[in-house]
Design a binder for this molecule. Structure first.
Ligand code: S3P
Length: 451
């Protein structure tokens, strides 16, 4: 939320079944990458279905400031004339990535092997998030970083004019860190190698391959060795961005929680590194139907139908976390409407997202009458069963889009309305969330209830 923006509370009212068929805005991860790789190729890249959420628009503005030429032709239809790898120029101002951790971390990677200086900042949420996880590996390329002592934004990147390739073993399961390193490696000589112990989303690898970069991935059990050849010449592409499975999760969860719901979602990304939420809800007893499976620009896509289902709590395997990291908040809301306990372990990364998501969900669920147990790296939700969550609370969203949407979805399934104190963050990833929910029959309105 921009500093000047006033909070906009919303209230979700119970017991309106969701029904109908809809598409979902473009995948946020893929949209950031499409803009950055388009900006690093020579010639015209065409993108259809680009997510026009605030996070991605901030990245569009950043690559424009770095020298790329961008044109918006129609909703989601963009053209980029890139500058080529190593071609970024000094931005004339501070690059403000807003709320977006993906934007700022990937851009720091893309910039740090160009001989330019760039200053990055973001909103209050982003300025509180850790940047050392990218600063440390990117420094090995020869770039210099100036930040606060605890490694937070604003960060000044002094790009290297003689970068070296690196060999990096990932210590955190993070696609953002992996992607920042790969983008840096594009303008270093020789081979940049990343060893990943836990597979994270692989959109960067897939998209780099389609832009013509020399990238190979060897898998050995759970370990992946990713090798990128530097001084890559990227060829412009025509891309269509799939619907974001992380945004789709809010609609899927609501349909599962609200009796008599039945919805179909078209063109949703089904990349195996992103489908942990679907696996989890199937184990909980969700009725899901997949059709029209296809490949779209190197990414698997399908239509998903889902209807109200009576769910039971489960233990979510911790090793599944990277494949559903953004879906835990809405899973916690869904788990409140299941019978029995849902245990989510190995999720300490959630404390470092747009907000501390374990704490934000725990406090909001308690306010809605749901018992939880929270540890440093786990959350257990005592499910109350379908239609049995009390609701009737105002939940704090903490500048976090996924917390905001999770509590609105829960409000649609609770006994009394649930309000959120501020809905403005939703525009970062799902700008048409409200009209889309209204079209499916949800009753979400502007006036808050009294907490
Ligand atoms: C993202 C990776 C994930 C995810 C974020 C988007 C990406 O973050 O939470 O919303 O596009 O690479 P981490 O890689 O830090 O876990």
């Amino acid at each position: 939320m921009a500093a000047s923006q006033k909070p906009v509370p919303l209230t979700a009212y119970p017991a309106v079944a969701l029904r109908g068929t809809t598409g979902i805005p473009g995948d946020k991860s893929i949209s950031h990458r499409a803009l950055i790789l388009g900006a690093l190729s020579v010639g015209e890249t065409r993108i259809n279905g680009l997510l026009e959420g605030e996070d991605v628009l901030a990245t569009a503005e950043a690559v424009r400031m770095l020298g790329a030429d961008l044109e918006r032709r129609a909703d989601g239809e963009w053209r980029i004339h890139g500058v080529g790898t190593g071609g970024f120029t000094h931005p004339g101002d501070v690059i403000d990535c807003g709320n977006s951790g993906t934007g700022v971390r990937l851009l720091m990677g893309a910039v740090c092997t160009n001989p330019i200086t760039a200053v990055f900042t973001g909103d209050e949420s982003l300025r509180s998030r850790p940047m050392r996880r990218v600063i440390e590996p990117l420094s090995e390329f020869g770039a210099r970083f100036i930040s606060s002592p605890d490694g937070r934004l604003p960060v000044t990147v002094i790009g290297s004019d003689a970068p070296l390739p690196i060999n990096h073993r990932m210590t955190t399961a993070s696609a953002q860190v992996k992607s920042a390193i790969l983008l840096a490696g594009l303008n270093a000589p020789g081979q940049t190698v990343i060893v990943e112990a836990h597979k994270t989303r692989d959109h960067s690898e897939r998209m780099l391959r389609s832009f013509g970069a020399g990238i190979s991935v060897e898998e050995d059990g759970d370990t992946r060795i990713i090798t990128l050849s530097g001084f890559a010449e990227l060829e412009p592409q025509h891309l269509t961005v799939p619907g974001d499975p992380s945004s789709a999760a809010f609609l899927i969860a609501t349909a599962l929680m609200v009796e008599a719901s039945a919805i179909s979602l078209t063109g949703i990304g089904m990349n195996p590194t992103r489908v942990g939420f679907l696996d989890t809800i199937r184990e909980m007893g969700a009725e899901l139907d997949f059709s029209n499976s296809r490949l779209q620009g190197g990414e698997p896509v399908a239509d998903i139908s889902v209807s109200f289902s009576s769910l039971r709590g489960i233990e979510v395997p911790p090793e599944r976390a990277p494949t559903m990291i953004d879906e835990y908040p809405v899973l916690a809301a869904l788990a409140a409407c299941a019978d029995g306990n849902t245990v989510m372990r190995g999720i300490s990364e959630l404390r470092l997202k747009e907000s501390d998501r374990i704490d934000a969900m725990a406090r909001g669920l308690e306010a809605c009458g749901v018992e939880i147990i929270e540890t440093d790296d786990s959350l257990t939700v005592h499910g109350r069963g379908p239609g049995s969550v009390a609701g009737g609370a105002v939940c704090a969203t903490r500048l976090d889009h996924r917390i905001a949407m999770s509590f609105l979805c829960l409000g649609l399934a609770a006994q009394s309305p649930v309000s959120i104190d501020d809905s403005t963050a939703i525009a970062t990833s799902f700008p048409n969330f409200l009209p889309l929910m209204h079209n499916l029959g949800a009753d979400i309105r502007g006036e808050p209830i009294r907490g």
